[in-house]
Ligand binder design. Structure first.
Ligand SMILES: C[S@@+](CC[C@H](N)C(=O)[O-])C[C@H]1O[C@@H](n2cnc3c(N)ncnc32)[C@H](O)[C@@H]1O
Length: 201
């Protein structure tokens, strides 16, 4: 199963990942600003879905957001909990969030669906939509590319997505795209983010 491969790959490299990417200093100022402005429009609980070492969940907590971090990898959850004791973290799969229907103001999925096979991403987005209240919001970060295609990410294979193709998947899942953000930094793969809102009934 794809998620077991992803989990084993990150388990084996969780310390390395944490030392390279586990702090807000390793994040881009434009991303911090996007997450900050997104969060300031939310009223209610938020999940950092695929939180890794928990730096974004802690960032949201520092903004006064009621946030919980979830990740498939127990090493990440333990590290996140130890580094950020005021934020709750738990081991959980994006495919099956232990969250009641329509109970969240928002989900941050920052580079956490990059390893999800294209045939499976609809199910993950639908699970997000199940948990988000009508009018609530999803912020998705991912690698942008000209086509949906796999590439050899350092941890385990990941996928490039054209923004338009990801936006179509979000629409199919029941979300409306609010804004898109693209950037290519020197020496980095192209980055994209989409803010989407769950449609009102
Ligand atoms: C590239 S890392 C991003 C981590 C964190 N969001 C960040 O920005 O540093 C991808 C994360 O998604 C998690 N992940 C991938 N697939 C998952 C799944 N199906 N369920 C839960 N977590 C998953 C991985 O364990 C990993 O922590």
């Amino acid at each position: 199963m794809a998620s077991e491969v992803v989990s084993a790959a990150y388990s084996a490299r969780s310390e390395e990942y944490t030392s390279l990417f586990g702090s807000m200093e390793s994040t881009h100022a434009a991303d911090r600003e996007l997450v900050r402005s997104w969060a300031q429009g939310l009223h209610g609980r938020v999940i950092d879905a695929g939180c890794g070492p928990g730096q974004w969940a802690n960032f949201l907590h520092s903004l006064g957001i009621e946030v919980e971090g979830v990740d498939l990898v127990s090493e990440f959850v333990a590290t996140a909990q130890q580094r950020h004791p005021e934020v709750p973290f738990r081991v959980e799969s994006l495919e099956r969030l232990q969250t009641p229907d329509q109970s969240l103001a928002g989900i941050l999925a920052w580079y956490s669906v990059i390893h999800t096979p294209p045939d499976d991403i609809g199910a993950v987005l639908s699970e997000f939509v199940r948990c988000i209240e009508p009018g609530g919001s999803l912020l998705l970060g991912f690698f942008e590319g000209k086509a949906v295609e796999a590439f050899p990410h350092a941890v385990t294979p990941a996928y490039f997505w054209p923004v338009g193709e990801m936006a179509a998947r979000l629409l199919n899942a029941g979300l409306t795209v609010v804004s898109t953000h693209s950037r290519t930094d020197p020496g980095s793969r192209p980055h994209a983010a989409i803010v989407a809102r769950r449609k009102e009934p």
